[in-house]
Design a protein around this ligand. Sequence first.
Ligand code: MF3
Ligand code: CO
Ligand code: CO
Length: 289
Amino acid sequence: MPKDSAGHLIPGRIGPDRPVDASIARPEYVGRPAPAKHTGGDVYDDETIERIRAAGTIAADAIMAVGAAVQPGVTTDQLDAIGHEFVTGHGAYPSTLGYRGFRKSVCSSVNEVICHGIPDDTVLEPGDIVNIDITAFKDGVHGDSNRTFIVGEARQEVADLVERTEESLRRAIRTVMPGRRVNVIGRAIEMYAKRFGYGVVRDFTGHGVGTSFHSGLIIPHYDTDRYDAEIVPGMVFTIEPMLTLGTHEWEGWDDGWTVVTRDRSITAQFEHTIVVREHGAEILTLPSA
Ligand code: MF3
Ligand code: CO
Ligand code: CO
């Protein structure tokens, strides 16, 4: 059911909406077709940064809770339930739920899915990989993070891809420094990925995040002269490289969300929300334990 005869994913059945207690504040876009235009820029004061860290910690802890449940036989909808309960149980709103019509609290992206996979009745099998992307909204701000988990044991080539995608994020974070341009980030990722011949996804980027989920600031993950915004202290944005075992080109499913590699090659992603400090980046989406 979840895969065709070639082993490629096919859309599953999406379950009913999960409720959120009325006591939890929603982002303004919930119940609307699209978010309001972001105002106020990408630089935040320390008090707001601490609120983004609080939201980001909930997102990170939720990802770890979901990751602990990743095993053969579990469905991506069951993972959504865990993420949903964790985030709402900590008084936060799962930012993807009702964002531009997305109906789940987690993005679950399996194997050749680059990003924005919708949790459904897809059953995870040994050797699959699944990215869990969770954003939490609390006290007026969002914290956005993701990690890729291996289901049981993967082929060496796939395990290497996962490990090196996380390493590409670490390297990207280390290039962040006031006075540099945001395109140094893509350069670091692509330079590292090219060593292994990986595809580097270009059309899905990092973004400013804080009082808005996506502020409009774009952080490239590939080597380009475009996107030359200057990195300044107090700036908050995500870095979320997607690397593939094949092409960087993509196709979208008819559900309007699921993004897959055109050649159906396996792809991994890791994401952190970071704040720029005088001496480099500080991660705002570290798990609490
Ligand atoms: N969290 C994703 C990101 O990293 C965005 C997901 S939007 C959704 O930017 F609608 F697909 F959920
Ligand atoms: Co993001
Ligand atoms: Co995300």
